[in-house]
Design a protein around this ligand. Structure first.
Ligand SMILES: [Zn+2]
Length: 105
């Protein structure tokens, strides 16, 4: 395990969090941190697979199980995605109405 700040391996145990996870402290820079597996980034291939499964309207719990991501992360990902989609469609609609107007005149 390395320090997330300075990459030092001089790590000591430093008690526990409220959730019972072991907390660590870097002896080099003094940074305190928790080793958290759920923080690992989701790779592109998994995201693409999730996108496809979402299009098939498969339940989030099932997608989480198939792809191995946490349901909490998936919910966050979906929220983010739908927000982006609604923003994009707004822009498309505006562009479309301009085109229609120029066709009429
Ligand atoms: Zn450090």
């Amino acid at each position: 395990m390395n320090c997330p700040k300075c990459e030092s391996t001089q790590i000591i145990k430093y008690g526990h969090t409220h959730y019972g996870k072991p907390r660590f402290r870097c002896q080099n820079c003094g940074r305190q941190f928790v080793e958290d597996a759920t923080r690992q980034p989701i790779d592109e291939a998994t995201r693409e697979l999730i996108d496809k499964l979402l299009l098939l309207r498969i339940a989030l719990a099932a997608i989480a199980r198939v792809t191995g991501v946490s349901e909490r992360w998936l919910q966050m990902y979906v929220n983010q995605k739908f927000y982006q989609v609604s923003k994009t469609s707004e822009v498309t609609q505006k562009t479309g109405s301009v085109d229609n107007a120029s066709l009429c005149s």
